[in-house]
Design a protein around this ligand. Sequence first.
Ligand code: HEC
Length: 176
Amino acid sequence: MEKIKIHRVLIVRDTIVIREPKASSFEIFSNSLYYKLVFLLCFFMFILINKTYCQSTVDEWIAPKTADALINPIGGLRIPPVAKQLFVSNCAPCHGDKGKGDGPVGMSLTPKPYNLTKSKVENETDGSLFWRITNGHQTMPTFQNTLSAMERWQLVNYIRSLQADAIELEKPKSKK
Ligand code: HEC
């Protein structure tokens, strides 16, 4: 099919002048290499921004440095009996009674609740765990308003005791 070109017709002092249509400035721009480069650049910028911002905030849960500096007021492994009760009623539905991340509610969640006895969690500071329990993330709820600060610290200690139990159970010949 033949393309129809629209010519500009001008009447200059009784003579008819027919001009070739001019390419619009957008046409020139879109055909140029410059345009392709700008497009590619935007595309890569988009991917880069997506990667740096979305991944770090949505997937990874990084505690701030200030959390590590928090001092556990009931340090050591003192676990009041109430801590177990707090864990069973608030956390076990997702994290499981032994903190292995296998609670009945947790099964249906994405992301899955953490196994709190894994070395990743074990290597975190008390302050970081306290901060996580306080703030929550994605499907992990915040406990800032439902549990007092002291109760949250008791839970940190209780998580430590679950980690100690898990190590004990992993030892091949240890008696229970
Ligand atoms: C509704 C389910 C749910 C409940 C209830 C829940 N958690 Fe979680 N928890 C999660 C999920 C899911 C994650 C992983 C969140 C993420 O990575 O975004 C998580 C992560 C954590 C982490 C972070 C582990 C780490 O160091 O990276 C800690 C600590 C934790 N939970 C402790 C608790 C404690 C203590 C309670 C009870 C007070 C509790 N959770 C109650 C679902 C739950």
